[in-house]
Design a protein around this ligand. Structure first.
Ligand code: NAD
Length: 554
C-alpha cells in the first residue's frame, strides 16, 4: 500500500502530504525526505525529534550546500554518481539543485556523461531505480509492473539497451538513459516525477565484454530476436495499455532495425514517441529553420546530404521531407532534395540490403559513391552527420562544400564528443567562419547544441497536458517551428536557444502542441479548459509540501 497521499486545497492550490511513515523511514524515502528542512512541527509530529541537527534550513540553503559538494568533485562520473545519490535520497532537493544550475548539471545527468554511467552500470551500481523486466520473467510481467512505486503514471521511458547513444549495446545498463530522460522531463518541462517510470526490457545483450564480465547485472544471454522478441514487446505494450491507459510511452535507444518498426507498429494505437527518431529530427529541423530565416531563404532551395542512414539520420530525412511538402513540393520532389550516405556509400536502388525505411531515399544513380564524391556531385548546402564516425567531415569535404555554399549549414550530430563528425573550431577555420553549425555533443564556444533536451520534454508535456490520443506529423511540425522561434535572430548567434531557456522552450513547444491536438480533435481534455490551464494543471515544481501524519495514524 502507498505510504503517503498528496492533497490539494481546491481554493488556494496549496498541497500537503499525509503519511503513515515515521522517523528514519521518512529520512530514507526520497520522495518525502526533507533532511534538515523538516520543520519543528513536522519533527514533533513525525517522530523526527533528535534525528536531525538543530538548525531548520530552507530548500535554498540546502541547495547552496549541495552545490558546494557537487563542485568539489573533479571527475564528471563522480559528479554524476553524486547527483544520482542525491536523487535517491531527496528528490525535491535534487530537482531544485539541477534546475538552479541547469547549464552545469544537465550534461552531467544526461549526455555526454550518462554514456559513461551506462557503461559503468554494473560496476558502479548502488541502488535500483525503475522497473527491470527480463525475458525469463515474461509470464510475471503484470506482477512486475504492479510492483512499481507510483500507481498513477503519466510517462514511461522504455529501452532494451541495444543502441545507447553512440556506444552500442549496453544491455541492462540502458536503464540509466531512461532515468536520465525522465529527469529531463521534470527538469525542463515540470513533469511530476512521482508520475514517471523508467523501464528496461532486458532481452539479453550481444556485447561480449558484458557477457564475460562477472559483475554484469543483466540477464546473461545473447539477445533474443525475431518472433520471440516481437511477442515480448507486444505483451509489454498491451499490458501497459490495459493496466495504465493514458500513459505516454517514450521509446529510447532501441536498435536501428527495431526502433522504426516498433514505432510504426504502435503509433496509431497509443500516444507514443521515439526520441532517437522524432526528438532528434525536431531539433535538427528547428536549427535548419533558424538558419533559413536568418539567410532569408527557403528549405526548398537547399540540397541536404545526411551521412549515417540509421535511426537519427533517416528520422531527420523524413522530417525534412515532411517540411518540404509543407512548402508545396510533391513527395518525389521533396525526397529528391535529400541524399543519404551510409557505410556502403550513397543509398542506391541496386543495394539489396537496404532496410525498409531507407528504401524511400535510394537513388537510381551514384552507386558506390562515398561522402566526398557525393559532396562533389551534389554540392550540398546542408550537411548532417549521424554516423558515430569521429572526424568523418574531413578538411577536404568541408572546404569543398564551402566552395559552393556561401553559408554552409553543418550539423555533426554524433555523440559522444569523440564520435562527432567534426569539431566546430575546425569547421569555422576551414570555412572562413562562414559555417552555421549545430553539434550533437557540447563543445567549447558559442555553438548551438542540437540537444534533444530542447524537444522531447516539450513534446511530452504537450501530449500529457492535452491527454492526446496520439502524436501526429502536424504536431511534430509545430514543435519544430516553436523551437526555432526560441533561437536568437542575429546572423551569427547559435542556431538554437541556450540551455538556460530549456524550460521556456518546453512550455512554448507544449503550448503549440496542445493547440494542434485540439485542432485535430485528438485532445481528450475538457474543451472548456484553456491551453494555459491544461498546462498549469500538470506542471510540478520542486518545493517542499507540508507533511502531516495520516489522521488514521500509522
Ligand atoms: P544508428 O546505429 O541507428 O545509425 C548509425 C548509422 O551510421 C547506421 O546506419 C550505420 O550503418 C551508419 N554508419 C556507421 N559507420 C558508417 C560509416 N563509416 N559511413 C557511413 N555510415 C556509417 O544510430 P543513430 O541512433 O542514428 O545515432 C547515430 C549517431 O547520432 C550517434 O552517435 C548518436 O549519439 C547521434 N545522435 C545525436 C542526437 C542529437 O544530436 N540530438 C540524437 C540522436 C542520435
Amino acid at each position: 500500500m502507498l505510504q503517503y497521499e498528496t492533497h490539494r486545497d481546491s481554493l488556494t492550490g496549496t498541497e500537503w502530504i499525509e503519511t503513515r511513515m515515521r522517523g528514519k523511514e521518512l529520512l530514507t524515502t526520497h520522495l518525502l525526505n526533507k533532511g534538515t528542512a523538516f520543520t519543528y512541527k513536522e519533527r514533533c509530529e513525525l517522530g523526527l525529534l533528535g534525528k536531525l541537527p538543530a538548525k531548520i534550513e530552507t530548500l535554498e540553503e540546502q541547495v547552496t550546500r549541495a552545490y558546494q559538494q557537487f563542485t568539489q568533485y573533479k571527475n564528471d562520473l563522480q559528479k554524476h554518481i553524486f547527483l544520482n545519490n542525491l536523487h535517491d535520497k531527496n528528490e525535491i532537493l535534487f530537482y531544485k539543485l539541477v534546475t538552479t544550475h541547469i547549464v552545469e548539471t544537465l550534461p552531467i545527468i544526461y549526455t555526454p556523461v550518462v554514456g559513461r554511467a551506462v557503461q559503468a552500470f554494473s560496476h558502479q551500481f548502488r541502488q535500483p531505480r525503475g522497473i527491470y523486466i527480463s525475458y525469463p520473467d515474461r509470464d510475471k510481467m503484470e506482477l512486475i509492473l504492479e510492483n512499481r512505486t507510483h500507481p498513477e503514471l503519466s510517462v514511461i521511458v522504455v529501452t532494451d539497451g541495444e543502441r545507447v547513444l553512440g556506444i552500442g549495446d549496453q544491455g541492462v545498463g540502458g536503464i540509466d538513459i531512461c532515468i536520465a530522460k525522465l529527469m529531463l522531463y521534470t527538469m525542463c518541462a515540470g513533469i511530476n516525477p512521482y508520475h514517471t517510470l523508467p523501464i528496461v526490457l532486458d532481452v539479453g545483450t550481444n556485447n561480449t565484454q558484458l557477457l564475460d564480465d562477472p559483475l554484469y547485472l543483466g540477464w546473461r544471454h545473447r539477445r533474443i530476436v525475431g518472433q520471440a522478441y516481437d511477442q515480448f514487446i507486444e505483451q509489454f505494450v498491451r499490458t501497459i495499455q490495459r493496466r495504465m491507459p493514458n500513459t505516454f510511452l517514450h521509446w529510447e535507444d532501441f536498435g536501428r532495425d527495431n526502433a522504426r518498426r516498433l514505432l510504426e507498429r504502435y503509433q496509431n494505437d497509443l500516444c507514443t514517441f521515439n526520441d532517437d527518431m522524432q526528438g532528434t529530427a525536431v531539433v535538427a529541423v528547428a536549427a535548419i529553420l533558424t538558419a533559413m530565416a536568418r539567410m532569408r531563404t527557403q528549405l526548398s532551395e537547399q540540397r541536404v546530404v545526411i551521412f549515417g542512414a540509421g535511426t537519427a539520420g533517416v528520422g531527420i530525412a523524413d522530417r525534412l521531407v515532411d517540411s518540404l511538402k509543407r512548402q508545396g513540393l510533391t513527395e518525389p520532389e521533396a525526397i529528391n532534395q535529400v541524399w543519404l550516405v551510409d557505410k556502403a556509400g550513397l543509398l542506391t536502388t541496386d543495394m539489396n540490403d537496404l532496410l525498409p525505411f531507407q528504401r524511400r531515399f535510394a537513388r537510381i544513380d551514384g552507386k558506390g559513391q562515398g561522402l566526398e564524391q557525393v559532396v562533389q556531385e551534389v554540392r550540398p548546402t546542408i550537411l548532417i552527420g549521424c554516423s558515430a564516425v569521429g572526424g568523418a567531415f574531413t578538411e577536404n569535404i568541408v572546404r569543398l562544400m564551402a566552395f559552393y555554399a556561401s553559408r554552409p549549414i553543418i550539423l555533426p550530430l554524433s555523440n559522444p564528443n569523440a564520435q562527432s563528425e567534426a569539431i566546430p573550431s575546425d569547421l569555422l577555420s576551414w570555412t572562413n567562419n562562414k559555417a552555421l553549425i549545430a553539434t550533437g555533443s557540447p563543445f567549447e564556444g558559442n555553438v548551438a547544441q542540437c540537444n534533444n533536451a530542447f524537444s522531447f520534454p516539450g513534446i511530452g508535456l504537450g501530449l500529457m497536458a492535452a491527454r492526446a490520443k496520439r502524436l501526429t506529423d502536424n504536431m511534430l511540425w509545430v514543435a519544430c517551428q516553436a523551437l526555432s522561434q526560441c533561437a536568437a535572430t542575429e546572423m551569427d548567434a547559435p542556431l538554437l536557444p541556450p540551455l538556460t531557456m530549456a524550460r521556456e522552450v518546453a512550455i512554448k513547444i507544449a503550448t503549440a502542441l496542445i493547440e494542434e491536438a485540439k485542432r485535430e480533435g485528438l485532445a481528450q481534455i475538457d474543451p472548456k479548459l484553456s491551453t494555459l490551464e491544461a498546462l498549469q494543471s500538470i506542471v510540478w515544481e520542486p518545493y517542499y509540501r507540508e507533511i502531516r501524519p495520516h489522521p488514521k495514524g500509522r
